[in-house]
Design a protein around this ligand. Structure first.
Ligand SMILES: Cc1cc2nc3c(=O)[nH]c(=O)nc-3n(C[C@H](O)[C@H](O)[C@H](O)COP(=O)(O)OP(=O)(O)OC[C@H]3O[C@@H](n4cnc5c(N)ncnc54)[C@H](O)[C@@H]3O)c2cc1C
Length: 221
């Protein structure tokens, strides 16, 4: 596998303590973590893992995943180096590892509305499109046009918003009715507003998020 990674110029780390990877205090060692930088590298390593029948997980920001003490996988794929975007007048394709907050900030700053509620949600757009992440009446399902999936059989398919069957924090991808990994996500960018109005919405969202966090802290204390 290491020779394969080197030949395909896919960055990797070996024998990483679980605690170092998660920032928490679990025991255990992760044998191999790979960090593809290009979608072609992600496809290559995924299909190699499938064909080699290795155990694996694909993770983004690990903000919605807890790895327990006895967690064991042959390989972990981390998507956070996949941050390419391709934009036209009506849509933008965003690679799965792009930060949800960063893309929301970027589009908001360009006068595109509908993304204000995502600012402050940690994690990647790929995971958000699976989980139907959202807050303050903004769900990612409101803006996702398509999700591009690589199936274990090696087929690249696009699922449109209807096919994703979004419900609250759920989709066909989350409940495994469609199998594969998310390569990139197409977002709607046709809803425009003034920068002033968007800034006002962002301020409201920030205020709500801060007061919610304060409330949570108050409960814990
Ligand atoms: C402080 C805090 C605040 C939060 N606030 C909110 C909120 O307001 N609203 C909300 O909805 N959520 C919230 N969350 C939850 C979390 O941020 C979201 O669910 C986010 O979408 C997870 O993204 P991630 O990249 O960290 O996912 P990860 O934890 O890395 O992965 C989550 C799941 O998605 C899978 N996955 C990730 N990438 C891919 C891919 N490319 N292909 C296939 N599968 C993949 C993983 O295997 C895993 O099963 C919050 C979390 C924290 C810690």
């Amino acid at each position: 596998m290491i020779t394969f990674l080197k030949n395909n110029q896919i960055p990797y780390k070996e024998h990483i303590p679980l605690s170092e990877f998660t920032g928490m205090n679990q025991m255990g060692i992760l044998p191999l973590i790979v960090y593809p930088k290009k979608i072609e590298q992600l496809k290559t390593i995924y299909l190699k893992i499938i064909n080699s029948k290795l155990s694996f997980d694909i993770l983004g920001g690990i903000t919605n995943t807890y790895l327990s003490n006895n967690y064991q996988r042959d390989i972990i794929i981390v998507t956070t180096k996949l941050k390419g975007i391709e934009k036209s007048d009506e849509t933008i394709w965003v690679e799965c590892g792009y930060s949800l907050t960063k893309i929301a900030r970027k589009l908001s700053s360009e006068g595109i509305t509908g993304y204000e509620g995502f600012i402050g949600i940690p994690g990647t757009i790929g995971a958000a499109a699976i989980n139907n992440s959202g807050a303050f009446n903004s769900n990612i399902s409101n803006v996702v046009k398509k999700v591009r999936l690589l199936t274990p059989q090696g087929h690249t398919i696009d699922l449109n918003n209807t096919e994703l069957k979004y419900t609250t924090r759920n989709s066909v991808l989350k409940n495994n009715l469609e199998k594969g990994i998310v390569l990139c996500v197409e977002l709607d960018i046709t809803n425009k507003d003034t920068i002033e109005n968007i800034q006002t919405k962002i301020k409201t969202v920030n205020t709500f998020r801060k007061s919610y966090v304060n409330f949570q802290n108050w409960r814990i204390d």
